[in-house]
Design a binder for this molecule. Structure first.
Ligand code: ADP
Ligand code: MG
Length: 376
């Protein structure tokens, strides 16, 4: 029998300074519900849109409540301190055994929070600093995928400063490589924010200006006529892929409204594919997971061309949507890992990864007498 004080204390980070703040609240609520109370004590830690860190009186608190009336706290970067300390200096700090960052997009999924957790010496769910940063940058991810011979949609990367300085030349370069329509998207955002399907030259400049508001780099891509296939990957050194699912947006593409505001988009699980196609997406998803230095989990999204049936990797999400109806957990459920077991496994993987890192030496032992020379 597990006694209550033997339970692992799981800090669930949610909210954050990101366009996907609200999505994070929904994901975090379902992660907290999925944490088996016999094994875990959930400590919800909310980050407001301004960046304040707050904790509620108890795990039962509603998440928006934590954000509005919680206690101001901070996470210390000192691994010998309690992880969470109150800003008013009252009360003891809170120890955490492991952290589950359930924040999508900027300052959550991009390596920044992962860096703080590394400094604090805390195990955490999902990709580390490097994998998170790569996964968030669609341009760098594609370049690494190309090296690994994983097919990606043809693209051009435009730096915002280049576009602002030389729009004529950029337009020329784009039109030399692509015919309309093209997709224009910020390199480092999710939820289809700042993204435009550009049908003609007249729409190009407004699309690049819009994307420029959201990122330093912009991707211009060939518009695919394709089905959208998604696979979930789970693991560290031996990642496994789930069965495949398909997204069928009811709008022109899977934009913000189709994702969060309107009903009508269909999630098909499993996707109707030939067994050989399923094998191929699974193999590519695992290869991408390795190529991009990921750990824990990722959802890997593909385009399957309607004509020709060729597969292209579109993007990876290192903290995918995690509501009970989201693709990532749904695909695992359909592959034989129910929600609660999935959360267990992710926490196990976080602890495993932490132990693996802890085996690494970070300091060198100086030979006798060397100290004096270094001091001088
Ligand atoms: N090159 C493309 N061709 C066709 N559709 C695209 C292309 N790029 C993006 N889309 C559409 O836009 C959606 C969001 O694009 P994506 O690159 O996945 O960005 P996000 O990170 O915001 O999800 C995709 O699911 C798809 O419907
Ligand atoms: Mg996407």
């Amino acid at each position: 029998m597990t006694t209550p004080n033997k339970r692992l204390r799981v800090g669930v980070l949610f909210g954050g300074r990101s366009g996907e703040h609200e999505v994070s609240l929904a994901s975090a609520a379902s992660v907290i519900r999925g944490l088996d109370p016999d094994k875990y004590e959930a400590i919800p830690i909310g980050i407001t849109k301004e960046g304040h860190w707050l904790i509620g009186a108890g795990a039962q608190k509603m998440l928006p409540e934590v954000l509005h009336h919680g206690q101001r706290v901070m996470m210390t970067a000192d691994p010998t301190d309690a992880a969470i300390v109150r800003l008013d200096g009252h009360g003891a700090g809170q120890r955490l055994d492991v952290v589950f960052p359930v924040m999508h997009g900027t300052f959550g999924e991009d390596g920044t929070i992962q860096g703080l957790l590394d400094l604090a010496g805390l195990p955490f769910v999902g990709a580390g600093v490097l994998g998170s940063a790569i996964g968030m940058d669609k341009d760098v991810a594609k370049r690494l995928l190309q090296v690994a011979k994983i097919p990606v949609v043809p693209w051009i990367t435009v730096h915002r400063h280049e576009w602002e300085r030389n729009p004529k030349e950029i337009q020329k370069a784009i039109e030399k490589k692509f015919k309309y329509p093209v997709f224009v998207k910020p390199a480092t955002l999710g939820s289809s924010v700042g993204m435009t399907k550009v049908h003609s030259r007249a729409e190009l400049a407004p699309a690049l200006n819009l994307a420029s508001e959201f990122a330093l780099k912009i991707l211009v891509e060939k518009a695919m006529v394709a089905r959208e296939i998604e696979v979930s990957v789970l693991g560290n050194n031996d990642p496994r892929a789930s069965i495949a699912g398909e997204i069928v947006p009811h709008r022109e593409f899977y934009d913000y409204a189709a994702k969060y505001l309107e009903e009508g988009t269909q999630l098909l699980i499993p996707a109707k594919l030939k067994p050989a196609q399923v094998k191929e997406v699974q193999a590519l998803a695992v290869a991408a997971f390795r190529a991009l230095e990921l750990s824990g989990m990722a959802r890997v999204d593909f385009f399957l061309e309607k004509r020709g049936g060729k597969l292209f990797l579109n993007e990876v999400n290192t903290i995918p949507g995690f509501t009970s109806i989201s693709m990532y957990p749904k695909l695992w459920e359909a592959s034989g890992i129910p929600f609660r077991q999935l959360i267990d496994r992710l926490i196990e993987l976080a602890l495993e990864q932490h132990h693996e890192k802890a085996r690494t030496k970070y300091q060198i032992e100086l030979p006798e007498g060397a100290g004096g020379a270094l001091e001088g």
